[in-house]
Design a protein around this ligand. Sequence first.
Ligand code: MN
Ligand code: MN
Length: 319
Amino acid sequence: MTNTLPVDSLALPRFCGVPTFMRLEQNASLDGIDAAILGIPSDSGAPYRTGARFGPNAIRAQSVMLRPINPYRGGLHVFQELRVRDVGDCGVVPGYLEETYRQIEEAVAAIVSAGVVPMSLGGDHSVTLPQLRAVAAKHGPVALVHFDSHSDTWDNYFAGKKYSAGTPFRRGVEEQIIDTAHSIQIGMRGSLFSPTDVSQSVELGYEVLTTDDVFALGPDKLAERIAERTAGRPVFLTFDIDFVDPSAAPAVQTPEAGGFSAHETLTILRKLRDINLVGCDVVEVNPLYDGPGQITSLLAATVMAELLALLADGRRAAR
Ligand code: MN
Ligand code: MN
């Protein structure tokens, strides 16, 4: 049995050592853990800025700052509740999305078949589809909770090609791995290529809450709405960091002005309750566009830490 507690940052300073997610042990073994942090360094599905292949390690480097206790959930010590390792990165084939998809699906299938919850660091948003395939193979069609400023339900991008960061949540419906009757898309805003951007998601069966809807609703009611919509179903939560305003998250593929502050974003995540989380990812961090202080990577690391706390809180409540 290896260690599933992070390095003690009061014993060894946070700038020492090779950075792993929150200073967890890096070890590909899935024995004796509840959740696995997996890097998916692919940007082969990016229609605009490439560079999200550097996301996982940029997020890890900032995550060493984060501490193990989450005060927003009753002083929860995340890693006493949940045994977690950073299992490293899956393989990818740059420029070859379908081969990359096979490698992602294989890596995530190994995690879910070991009874472990996959928690991934992207990568552009195309990486979510093969994860959904692997998760649905184990749990059946998932309830998708999708934070993003874009719906990503396009039919194709460029020359009729079906796989891209703009299409996974239509492909997932076609492949019957997303249960849209229990799924919700949150945060859509900005200019569009087609006026049907929101209605096409509704036609697929998703509930859609725009950025304006979320501000009107407020974080408590939003959390209730998500819990009701997904009630009892296996949930995959996918978080595109461009949900956040570019002032707080500039390092993304496709920034959309007029979004959520870092505080508003984290408040929403800290309110989430009663979600049967079977997998999640944080995607679209492109550190090549980050500012001094690597604020986007730091926020993405914090988002993943909140998702770990959500899972740990659920496990604590179930005991
Ligand atoms: Mn997206
Ligand atoms: Mn987006």
